[in-house]
Write a protein that binds this ligand. Structure first.
Ligand code: PXP
Length: 259
């Protein structure tokens, strides 16, 4: 299983002060040394963390493949084509969200995505679509010519957190999930099954399968059992642990768990 380390949050910390420290570029060699297989960054339309200068330097200097997440906004796609990362992962993006909530609606934006995939492929950039674990979305992702799908594990991670930690005490608690534990357990099983069925279906169709969002050192274990998933992209939990143990050690710990 490959590990993509999402380093956006290093830039989040830098932007808290609007200075030049910490520099996400410094994470590249440490991530490689700790056994990461890929660097993942998200160039958001509002450039709230990773900016164009980061993107350019990261793609130029990374010894690991760079997976560049971006929206389907045409101007952003121009920028992505000009930097030519190894892969672009198309994600939905809303200004007001804290992080990417939900997968890309491949049905609604089918025509736009067709055109974007053509542009990315003309620039020899592999294309992944960040989608909910939903069979219809998988079928459409295959039809539209994506190389890979990344299954959104956010719902699974939220239910897991409601069951086993105190997510209900956070500002981002999800009201619908404030159910009795017995019901939450069923919902957790249901959410894993959805991911598993989706991964199997995607692989059967010939798509590569990644997964990500909300994965941490505890909840990743269930996802590791799904053999069709070949790559995980993980950010928040690794950077959170880095504050206490250091970035290299936090990446290495996740690497060892995944192995
Ligand atoms: N994969 C995609 C497509 C994402 O948008 C994100 C969040 O930026 C991640 C993975 C990583 O999620 P997290 O930071 O919750 O590990």
């Amino acid at each position: 299983m490959l590990l993509g380390v999402n380093i956006d949050h290093i830039a989040v910390l830098r932007e808290a002060r609007k200075i030049n420290d910490p520099d996400p570029l410094d994470a590249l060699s440490l991530a490689k040394r700790a056994g990461a297989d890929q660097i993942t960054i998200h160039l958001r339309e509002d450039r709230r963390h990773i900016d164009d200068y980061d993107t350019e330097r990261i793609i130029e200097n990374s010894q690991l493949p760079v997976n560049l997440e971006c929206s389907i906004n045409s101007d952003i796609i121009d920028v992505v084509c000009s930097y030519a990362p190894y892969r672009a992962t198309l994600v939905p993006e809303k200004r007001e969200e804290v992080t990417t909530e939900g997968g890309l609606d491949v049905k609604k934006y089918f025509n736009e995505i067709v055109e974007i995939i053509e542009r990315l492929k003309d620039n020899e950039i592999e294309v992944s679509l960040f989608i909910d674990p939903d069979l219809k979305m998988i079928e459409l992702s295959n039809k539209i010519g994506a190389d890979m799908v990344e299954l959104h594990t956010g719902t699974y991670a939220n239910i897991y957190a409601m069951l086993y930690s105190n997510l209900s005490n956070t500002k981002h608690s999800i009201k619908e999930l404030e159910l009795p534990k017995s019901e939450l357990k069923l919902k957790l099983i249901e959410s894993i099954k959805k991911i598993e069925h989706s991964a199997k279906e995607a692989k059967n169709l010939g798509l590569e399968v990644a997964a990500g969002h909300g994965l941490n050192y505890q909840n990743v274990r269930e996802i590791l059992k799904i053999k069709e998933i070949v790559e995980l992209n993980i950010g928040q939990s690794i950077i959170a642990r880095s504050v206490f143990t250091g970035f290299e050690s936090a990446v290495r710990e996740m690497r060892e768990l995944i192995n």
